[in-house]
Ligand binder design. Structure first.
Ligand SMILES: [Zn+2]
Length: 349
Protein backbone atom coordinates (compact mmCIF):
# COMPACT_ATOMS: atom_id res chain seq x y z
CA UNK A 1 0.00 0.00 0.00
CA UNK A 2 1.43 3.36 -0.99
CA UNK A 3 0.81 5.88 1.79
CA UNK A 4 0.98 9.63 1.26
CA UNK A 5 1.94 11.80 4.21
CA UNK A 6 3.45 15.27 4.55
CA UNK A 7 5.64 16.40 7.46
CA UNK A 8 3.88 19.78 7.20
CA UNK A 9 0.79 18.19 8.72
CA UNK A 10 2.37 18.09 12.19
CA UNK A 11 2.64 21.90 12.17
CA UNK A 12 -1.05 22.08 13.06
CA UNK A 13 -0.95 21.36 16.77
CA UNK A 14 -3.86 22.89 18.69
CA UNK A 15 -3.87 22.57 22.44
CA UNK A 16 -7.42 23.75 23.16
CA UNK A 17 -10.69 24.36 21.37
CA UNK A 18 -12.26 27.29 23.15
CA UNK A 19 -11.41 30.11 25.43
CA UNK A 20 -13.01 30.89 28.74
CA UNK A 21 -14.56 28.51 31.18
CA UNK A 22 -15.38 25.79 28.68
CA UNK A 23 -11.82 24.88 27.78
CA UNK A 24 -11.73 21.55 26.01
CA UNK A 25 -8.35 19.90 25.52
CA UNK A 26 -7.51 19.33 21.88
CA UNK A 27 -8.40 15.90 20.59
CA UNK A 28 -7.26 16.17 16.97
CA UNK A 29 -3.51 16.26 17.61
CA UNK A 30 -0.31 15.24 15.77
CA UNK A 31 0.25 12.16 17.92
CA UNK A 32 -2.68 10.52 16.13
CA UNK A 33 -0.66 10.47 12.94
CA UNK A 34 2.56 9.51 14.72
CA UNK A 35 0.83 6.36 15.93
CA UNK A 36 -0.61 5.57 12.49
CA UNK A 37 2.78 6.15 10.82
CA UNK A 38 4.54 3.89 13.31
CA UNK A 39 2.03 1.13 12.65
CA UNK A 40 2.39 1.53 8.89
CA UNK A 41 6.19 1.49 9.03
CA UNK A 42 6.15 -1.56 11.26
CA UNK A 43 3.97 -3.36 8.73
CA UNK A 44 6.29 -2.46 5.85
CA UNK A 45 4.05 -0.03 3.99
CA UNK A 46 5.68 2.54 1.72
CA UNK A 47 5.28 6.13 3.00
CA UNK A 48 5.99 8.95 0.57
CA UNK A 49 5.57 12.74 0.74
CA UNK A 50 3.08 14.28 -1.67
CA UNK A 51 4.08 16.60 -4.48
CA UNK A 52 3.20 20.28 -4.13
CA UNK A 53 0.12 20.86 -6.30
CA UNK A 54 -0.47 24.42 -5.14
CA UNK A 55 -3.94 25.69 -4.36
CA UNK A 56 -5.59 24.81 -7.66
CA UNK A 57 -6.93 21.36 -6.71
CA UNK A 58 -8.50 22.85 -3.56
CA UNK A 59 -10.37 25.39 -5.67
CA UNK A 60 -12.22 22.56 -7.39
CA UNK A 61 -14.47 22.08 -4.35
CA UNK A 62 -13.90 25.20 -2.22
CA UNK A 63 -14.71 28.86 -2.84
CA UNK A 64 -11.89 31.32 -3.41
CA UNK A 65 -12.97 33.58 -0.55
CA UNK A 66 -12.94 30.67 1.91
CA UNK A 67 -9.47 29.53 0.84
CA UNK A 68 -8.25 33.13 1.03
CA UNK A 69 -9.57 33.29 4.60
CA UNK A 70 -7.86 30.02 5.58
CA UNK A 71 -4.56 31.17 4.12
CA UNK A 72 -4.54 34.66 5.65
CA UNK A 73 -6.61 34.39 8.84
CA UNK A 74 -3.77 33.76 11.24
CA UNK A 75 -1.71 36.78 10.15
CA UNK A 76 -4.78 39.03 10.11
CA UNK A 77 -5.85 37.74 13.53
CA UNK A 78 -2.43 38.50 15.01
CA UNK A 79 -2.81 42.11 13.90
CA UNK A 80 -5.98 42.31 16.02
CA UNK A 81 -4.70 40.22 18.94
CA UNK A 82 -0.91 40.68 18.93
CA UNK A 83 -0.62 39.35 22.47
CA UNK A 84 -2.74 37.85 25.21
CA UNK A 85 -4.69 34.62 25.41
CA UNK A 86 -6.30 34.99 21.99
CA UNK A 87 -3.05 35.69 20.13
CA UNK A 88 -1.95 32.26 18.97
CA UNK A 89 -5.13 30.76 17.58
CA UNK A 90 -7.97 31.99 15.45
CA UNK A 91 -11.07 30.80 17.32
CA UNK A 92 -14.50 32.29 16.52
CA UNK A 93 -16.00 34.56 19.15
CA UNK A 94 -19.44 34.72 17.52
CA UNK A 95 -21.36 32.94 14.79
CA UNK A 96 -23.86 33.94 12.14
CA UNK A 97 -27.33 32.54 12.70
CA UNK A 98 -30.77 32.49 11.12
CA UNK A 99 -31.29 36.18 11.97
CA UNK A 100 -27.83 37.70 11.48
CA UNK A 101 -25.70 36.29 8.70
CA UNK A 102 -24.05 39.05 6.67
CA UNK A 103 -20.44 38.40 5.72
CA UNK A 104 -18.33 40.78 7.81
CA UNK A 105 -15.08 42.44 6.73
CA UNK A 106 -13.14 41.95 9.96
CA UNK A 107 -11.17 38.78 10.54
CA UNK A 108 -12.88 38.38 13.92
CA UNK A 109 -16.30 38.34 12.29
CA UNK A 110 -15.06 36.22 9.42
CA UNK A 111 -13.76 33.60 11.86
CA UNK A 112 -17.35 32.78 12.77
CA UNK A 113 -18.50 33.21 9.18
CA UNK A 114 -16.04 30.62 7.84
CA UNK A 115 -15.63 28.34 10.88
CA UNK A 116 -18.89 27.02 12.28
CA UNK A 117 -17.46 25.50 15.45
CA UNK A 118 -14.77 26.41 17.97
CA UNK A 119 -13.00 23.13 17.26
CA UNK A 120 -11.24 24.23 14.07
CA UNK A 121 -8.71 26.75 15.37
CA UNK A 122 -6.17 28.25 12.98
CA UNK A 123 -2.60 28.62 14.21
CA UNK A 124 0.68 29.56 12.55
CA UNK A 125 1.16 26.07 11.08
CA UNK A 126 -2.43 25.31 10.17
CA UNK A 127 -2.49 26.46 6.55
CA UNK A 128 0.70 24.60 5.56
CA UNK A 129 -0.74 21.51 7.27
CA UNK A 130 -4.03 21.89 5.40
CA UNK A 131 -2.16 22.13 2.10
CA UNK A 132 0.05 19.16 2.96
CA UNK A 133 -2.97 17.01 3.79
CA UNK A 134 -4.87 18.06 0.67
CA UNK A 135 -1.88 17.26 -1.50
CA UNK A 136 -1.80 13.76 -0.02
CA UNK A 137 -5.37 13.32 -1.25
CA UNK A 138 -4.49 14.73 -4.66
CA UNK A 139 -1.51 12.43 -5.05
CA UNK A 140 -3.62 9.50 -3.88
CA UNK A 141 -6.20 10.27 -6.55
CA UNK A 142 -3.49 10.70 -9.15
CA UNK A 143 -1.99 7.34 -8.28
CA UNK A 144 -5.34 5.68 -9.00
CA UNK A 145 -5.56 7.60 -12.26
CA UNK A 146 -2.08 6.29 -13.10
CA UNK A 147 -3.32 2.73 -12.66
CA UNK A 148 -2.80 1.87 -9.00
CA UNK A 149 -5.63 -0.19 -7.52
CA UNK A 150 -5.34 1.36 -4.08
CA UNK A 151 -3.67 4.17 -2.17
CA UNK A 152 -3.91 5.72 1.28
CA UNK A 153 -3.85 9.45 1.92
CA UNK A 154 -2.85 9.79 5.57
CA UNK A 155 -4.47 13.20 5.90
CA UNK A 156 -4.46 15.43 8.93
CA UNK A 157 -6.23 17.71 9.63
CA UNK A 158 -9.22 15.65 8.52
CA UNK A 159 -11.70 17.03 6.05
CA UNK A 160 -15.20 15.56 5.92
CA UNK A 161 -16.91 18.26 8.00
CA UNK A 162 -15.68 21.00 5.65
CA UNK A 163 -18.21 22.43 3.20
CA UNK A 164 -17.27 24.42 0.10
CA UNK A 165 -17.05 27.61 2.17
CA UNK A 166 -17.20 26.57 5.84
CA UNK A 167 -14.86 24.62 8.09
CA UNK A 168 -15.76 22.98 11.41
CA UNK A 169 -15.21 19.95 13.57
CA UNK A 170 -11.39 19.77 13.21
CA UNK A 171 -11.77 20.16 9.40
CA UNK A 172 -10.80 22.92 6.95
CA UNK A 173 -10.31 21.54 3.44
CA UNK A 174 -12.31 18.48 2.46
CA UNK A 175 -9.54 16.11 1.40
CA UNK A 176 -11.88 13.31 0.35
CA UNK A 177 -13.96 15.71 -1.74
CA UNK A 178 -10.87 17.12 -3.44
CA UNK A 179 -9.84 13.59 -4.36
CA UNK A 180 -13.33 12.49 -5.41
CA UNK A 181 -13.79 15.53 -7.63
CA UNK A 182 -10.42 14.91 -9.26
CA UNK A 183 -11.31 11.28 -9.91
CA UNK A 184 -14.79 12.16 -11.20
CA UNK A 185 -13.39 14.79 -13.55
CA UNK A 186 -11.21 12.12 -15.14
CA UNK A 187 -13.34 9.00 -14.84
CA UNK A 188 -17.00 10.02 -14.56
CA UNK A 189 -18.85 8.19 -11.81
CA UNK A 190 -17.20 8.00 -8.38
CA UNK A 191 -18.50 6.93 -4.98
CA UNK A 192 -17.51 8.04 -1.50
CA UNK A 193 -18.11 5.73 1.45
CA UNK A 194 -17.67 7.52 4.78
CA UNK A 195 -17.29 5.22 7.79
CA UNK A 196 -16.06 7.84 10.25
CA UNK A 197 -18.40 7.76 13.25
CA UNK A 198 -19.52 11.32 12.53
CA UNK A 199 -21.68 12.15 9.55
CA UNK A 200 -19.66 13.55 6.65
CA UNK A 201 -21.81 16.66 6.42
CA UNK A 202 -19.28 18.73 4.50
CA UNK A 203 -18.84 16.06 1.85
CA UNK A 204 -22.61 15.70 1.61
CA UNK A 205 -22.91 19.45 1.12
CA UNK A 206 -20.25 19.61 -1.57
CA UNK A 207 -21.84 16.87 -3.69
CA UNK A 208 -25.47 17.58 -2.70
CA UNK A 209 -26.53 18.55 -6.20
CA UNK A 210 -24.25 16.21 -8.15
CA UNK A 211 -25.14 12.88 -9.70
CA UNK A 212 -21.62 11.85 -10.68
CA UNK A 213 -20.38 11.48 -7.10
CA UNK A 214 -22.48 9.23 -4.86
CA UNK A 215 -22.03 9.96 -1.15
CA UNK A 216 -22.77 7.24 1.41
CA UNK A 217 -22.23 7.78 5.14
CA UNK A 218 -22.46 5.27 8.00
CA UNK A 219 -22.41 7.15 11.30
CA UNK A 220 -23.82 7.63 14.77
CA UNK A 221 -27.21 9.29 15.16
CA UNK A 222 -26.63 13.07 14.86
CA UNK A 223 -29.21 13.63 17.58
CA UNK A 224 -26.63 12.11 19.88
CA UNK A 225 -23.56 14.01 18.73
CA UNK A 226 -21.68 16.02 16.17
CA UNK A 227 -22.50 17.32 13.54
CA UNK A 228 -26.05 17.67 14.99
CA UNK A 229 -27.52 19.60 12.04
CA UNK A 230 -27.12 16.98 9.29
CA UNK A 231 -26.90 13.25 8.82
CA UNK A 232 -30.53 12.11 8.84
CA UNK A 233 -31.76 9.37 6.55
CA UNK A 234 -34.16 11.70 4.75
CA UNK A 235 -31.29 13.79 3.34
CA UNK A 236 -30.96 12.32 -0.13
CA UNK A 237 -29.67 15.10 -2.38
CA UNK A 238 -31.38 17.73 -4.49
CA UNK A 239 -31.79 18.66 -8.13
CA UNK A 240 -29.47 16.58 -10.30
CA UNK A 241 -28.10 15.05 -7.09
CA UNK A 242 -31.46 13.75 -5.88
CA UNK A 243 -31.02 10.11 -4.92
CA UNK A 244 -27.21 10.29 -4.86
CA UNK A 245 -26.83 10.84 -1.12
CA UNK A 246 -27.39 7.97 1.31
CA UNK A 247 -27.21 8.47 5.06
CA UNK A 248 -27.21 5.42 7.30
CA UNK A 249 -27.35 6.75 10.88
CA UNK A 250 -27.12 4.19 13.66
CA UNK A 251 -28.40 4.32 17.24
CA UNK A 252 -25.91 5.41 19.85
CA UNK A 253 -23.82 2.55 21.18
CA UNK A 254 -24.29 0.35 18.13
CA UNK A 255 -21.74 -2.46 18.09
CA UNK A 256 -20.13 -4.62 15.40
CA UNK A 257 -22.89 -6.54 13.63
CA UNK A 258 -25.30 -3.70 12.83
CA UNK A 259 -22.38 -1.43 11.91
CA UNK A 260 -21.09 -3.98 9.42
CA UNK A 261 -24.61 -4.52 8.09
CA UNK A 262 -24.88 -0.79 7.43
CA UNK A 263 -21.56 -0.88 5.59
CA UNK A 264 -22.94 -3.77 3.50
CA UNK A 265 -26.01 -1.66 2.71
CA UNK A 266 -23.77 1.24 1.78
CA UNK A 267 -21.62 -0.92 -0.46
CA UNK A 268 -24.68 -2.22 -2.29
CA UNK A 269 -25.57 1.39 -3.11
CA UNK A 270 -21.99 1.97 -4.18
CA UNK A 271 -22.08 -1.00 -6.54
CA UNK A 272 -25.44 0.09 -7.95
CA UNK A 273 -23.83 3.42 -8.84
CA UNK A 274 -21.20 1.50 -10.87
CA UNK A 275 -18.37 3.88 -9.94
CA UNK A 276 -15.01 3.85 -11.64
CA UNK A 277 -13.33 4.55 -8.30
CA UNK A 278 -14.16 4.54 -4.59
CA UNK A 279 -12.99 7.07 -2.02
CA UNK A 280 -13.27 5.88 1.58
CA UNK A 281 -13.44 8.49 4.32
CA UNK A 282 -11.70 6.31 6.86
CA UNK A 283 -12.25 7.23 10.49
CA UNK A 284 -11.55 5.00 13.46
CA UNK A 285 -13.72 6.90 15.91
CA UNK A 286 -16.51 4.32 15.79
CA UNK A 287 -14.26 2.32 18.14
CA UNK A 288 -15.69 1.53 21.56
CA UNK A 289 -12.83 3.30 23.35
CA UNK A 290 -13.06 6.52 21.33
CA UNK A 291 -13.93 9.70 23.23
CA UNK A 292 -16.51 10.46 20.51
CA UNK A 293 -18.68 7.88 22.31
CA UNK A 294 -21.22 7.50 19.51
CA UNK A 295 -20.77 3.89 18.44
CA UNK A 296 -19.01 0.96 20.10
CA UNK A 297 -17.35 -1.24 17.50
CA UNK A 298 -14.33 -3.46 18.14
CA UNK A 299 -10.92 -3.65 16.49
CA UNK A 300 -12.13 -6.84 14.79
CA UNK A 301 -14.99 -4.90 13.22
CA UNK A 302 -12.46 -2.74 11.37
CA UNK A 303 -11.19 -5.95 9.80
CA UNK A 304 -14.76 -6.70 8.80
CA UNK A 305 -15.06 -3.27 7.22
CA UNK A 306 -11.73 -3.63 5.44
CA UNK A 307 -12.69 -7.05 4.10
CA UNK A 308 -16.01 -5.78 2.74
CA UNK A 309 -14.55 -2.64 1.17
CA UNK A 310 -11.63 -4.55 -0.32
CA UNK A 311 -13.93 -7.23 -1.73
CA UNK A 312 -15.91 -4.56 -3.56
CA UNK A 313 -13.05 -4.78 -6.04
CA UNK A 314 -12.94 -1.10 -6.96
CA UNK A 315 -9.90 1.13 -7.39
CA UNK A 316 -9.92 2.58 -3.89
CA UNK A 317 -8.42 5.63 -2.24
CA UNK A 318 -8.44 5.58 1.54
CA UNK A 319 -8.52 9.08 3.05
CA UNK A 320 -7.86 9.42 6.75
CA UNK A 321 -10.54 11.23 8.75
CA UNK A 322 -11.03 10.95 12.52
CA UNK A 323 -10.11 8.50 15.26
CA UNK A 324 -9.04 9.75 18.68
CA UNK A 325 -8.41 6.67 20.77
CA UNK A 326 -4.67 7.02 20.24
CA UNK A 327 -3.84 3.80 22.08
CA UNK A 328 -6.06 1.81 19.70
CA UNK A 329 -5.39 3.63 16.42
CA UNK A 330 -2.48 1.51 15.24
CA UNK A 331 -4.30 -1.76 15.87
CA UNK A 332 -7.47 -0.49 14.24
CA UNK A 333 -5.65 0.70 11.14
CA UNK A 334 -3.70 -2.53 10.65
CA UNK A 335 -6.82 -4.57 11.33
CA UNK A 336 -8.57 -2.65 8.54
CA UNK A 337 -5.64 -2.66 6.09
CA UNK A 338 -4.71 -6.32 6.47
CA UNK A 339 -8.28 -7.42 5.76
CA UNK A 340 -8.68 -4.88 2.97
CA UNK A 341 -5.60 -6.14 1.16
CA UNK A 342 -6.35 -9.80 1.81
CA UNK A 343 -9.75 -9.32 0.18
CA UNK A 344 -8.06 -8.12 -3.02
CA UNK A 345 -6.00 -11.19 -4.05
CA UNK A 346 -6.19 -10.30 -7.74
CA UNK A 347 -4.33 -7.07 -7.04
CA UNK A 348 -1.28 -8.89 -5.72
CA UNK A 349 1.38 -10.54 -7.86
ZN1 LIG B 1 -15.23 11.62 13.25
Amino acid sequence: MRVFHSDLQAGHSPDRYALGRDLMPARETPDRIDVLLAALRGAGHEIVPPRDHGIEPLRSVHTDDYLEFLGTAHARWQAVFPSGPRADWVVPLAFPNRHMNARPASVVGQAGHYLSSTTSPIGAGTWPAIMGAAHCAVDGADSLLAGAREAYALCRPPGHHAYADVGAGFCYVNNAAVAAHRLAAALGRVAILDIDVHHGNGTQGIFWRRADVLFVSVHGDPDGGYPYYAGRADETGEGPGAGFNLNLPLPLGTADAPWLQAIDTGLRAVQAHAPRALVVSLGFDAHASDASALLAVSTAAFAGAGQRIGAAGLPTLLVQEGGYAVDALGRNLLSFLDAFQAARPLDRP
